[in-house]
Ligand binder design. Structure first.
Ligand SMILES: *Cc1c(COP(=O)(O)O)cnc(C)c1O
Length: 453
């Protein structure tokens, strides 16, 4: 690109594009990062600068950018057909992908409902869970009209998924539009200093859940939870067996368990799905993000046969699930997703993620020396570094101090793209990133924090 083009693009970006989660006044005063190409673990901007992709292009990228196998899957499909509808007809890639998803998801999860964003997959899960009870017995279950979710939960940005979300910063303004939910304390070990041990945090939260269920399980359609790690809340890693405890309580009190694996699915925490690590089988599993390896928008809501069967009946019983999106089951998305999953298997990527997660864990230890690093949390290749003003009091920097912005900007100048979530620096590398690049990224993170202390 020549420099006039660069200037034009920068101008038009500010003139015409409204960026998500972005204060556009600040944005208009900054120099936009305009990405043009990708190769492996690297992104390139229109001026030819090269960056390590340390946020996996918003947690979606699995095998790297510009992967020949995934490109071929798309090209082959484009040459056949790009889209036809799943309303009243089927298509080959969506069938093959659904079969594959049924095989790789735990337990008896086997019915795949497609959509195109994680938020929609959650929206669908909530509607299915709600309708499930009405379909089974509308009188007995007439009050099962709400959901339990965690205090700092993030399940997406549509109104239903925001209703079960707990992130005040994003959701406060929309409160009057939301349906009621029942909230459960997040087992945020680092900030729950009143407890001595991680297990005590877990048991406290589980006890609260049990109390809630004893009191009002007849009002609860289901519990929705991000398994093992709450991503957007700041990579809050749950204590061991917290998820298992939640599952046992769901079974004991007969409410549905929805696992939102949008962030953690497809190998992010070292297993194909995070819930596998505690032997948990949800009634409904939501996935998105990594499902296409970062190539195309696609999401899926996968249910057990028991859930699905509750929707069977005569037409006039109206047990049908009246929901669908225009691009549901899109051929391009499904074909690249299928190839992505095959490639995870062929390259033994999950084993590699487990090995590299240990490597990253070792490399990150050096960061504890930095006076503003309060906590380092990691599950698989999902890392959160909580930045504090004071390690003892755990006080955080104010927004005006721009501490995390500055660290992120410094890292970018050094050739690494990472992002912050509030007071937490996140490092979510491309899953297939090799150890040299992982080490390079962590060195840059170290230097960028220390230059901004
Ligand atoms: C990203 C995310 C979502 C929302 O997915 P979108 O594709 O952005 O709509 C939902 N749940 C979790 C846990 C996520 O991380």
């Amino acid at each position: 690109m020549n420099s006039t083009n660069t200037k034009d693009l920068e101008f038009w970006d500010k003139e015409y594009v409204w960026h998500p989660f972005t204060q556009m006044r600040d944005y208009q005063q900054s120099k936009p990062l305009i990405i043009e190409k990708g190769q492996g673990s690297y992104l390139f901007d229109i001026e030819g600068n090269k960056y390590l992709d340390g946020y996996a292009s918003l947690w979606v990228n699995v095998h790297g950018h510009n992967v020949p196998e995934l490109n071929d899957a798309l090209i082959n499909q484009v040459n056949k057909l790009s889209h036809s509808t799943l309303l009243g007809s089927a298509n080959v890639p969506s069938i093959l992908l659904a079969k594959k998803l049924a095989e790789i998801t735990p337990g008896d999860l086997c019915k795949v409902f497609y959509s195109d964003t994680g938020s929609a997959s959650v929206e669908i899960a909530l509607k299915i869970a709600y309708q499930y009870w009405k379909n089974i017995d509308p009188i007995k279950y007439k009050n099962r009209n709400t959901f339990i979710s965690l205090d700092d939960a993030y399940h997406g940005d549509t109104i239903g998924s925001v209703s079960v979300g707990g992130m005040d910063l994003y959701h406060r303004i929309f409160k009057p539009l939301l349906f009621k939910r029942v909230s459960l304390p997040t087992p945020y070990v680092y900030r729950m200093t009143e407890f001595d041990r991680t297990e005590d945090v877990r048991d406290f939260c589980l006890q609260r859940l049990e109390n809630l269920l004893q009191e009002k399980s007849d009002e609860i359609a289901g519990i929705i939870i991000e398994p093992l790690v709450q991503g957007a809340a700041g990579i809050i890693t749950h204590p061991q067996d917290f998820l298992k405890g939640v599952e046992l309580l769901c079974r004991k009190y007969n409410v549905l368990l929805i696992c939102d694996e949008v962030a953690v699915g497809f190998g992010r925490t070292g297993t194909m799905f995070a819930c596998e690590q505690e032997g948990v089988i949800p009634d409904i599993l939501c996935c998105g993000k990594g499902i296409t390896g970062g190539y195309m928008p696609l999401a899926a809501t996968i249910t057990s046969k028991k859930i699905f069967d509750a929707f069977l009946g005569e037409k006039n019983e109206h047990k049908t699930f009246y929901h669908g999106h225009t691009y549901t089951g899109n051929q391009l998305s499904c074909s690249v997703a299928l190839r992505n999953i095959q490639l995870i298997e062929e390259t033994k990527l999950l084993e590699k993620v487990q090995v590299n997660a240990l490597f990253v864990h070792e490399q990150l230890k050096a960061l504890h020396r930095l006076s503003i690093v309060g906590d380092i949390r990691q599950r698989g290749l999902m890392v959160g570094i909580e930045i504090v003003k004071d390690k003892k009091t755990k006080a955080v920097f104010s927004l005006e101090e721009n501490k995390l912005d500055n660290i992120v900007q410094t890292a970018r100048k050094k050739g690494l793209i990472i992002r912050q979530l509030d007071q937490v620096l996140t490092f979510i590398p491309i899953l297939a990133m090799d150890q040299d690049d992982l080490r390079k990224a962590i060195d840059i993170i170290y230097q960028s924090i220390s230059e901004n202390m």
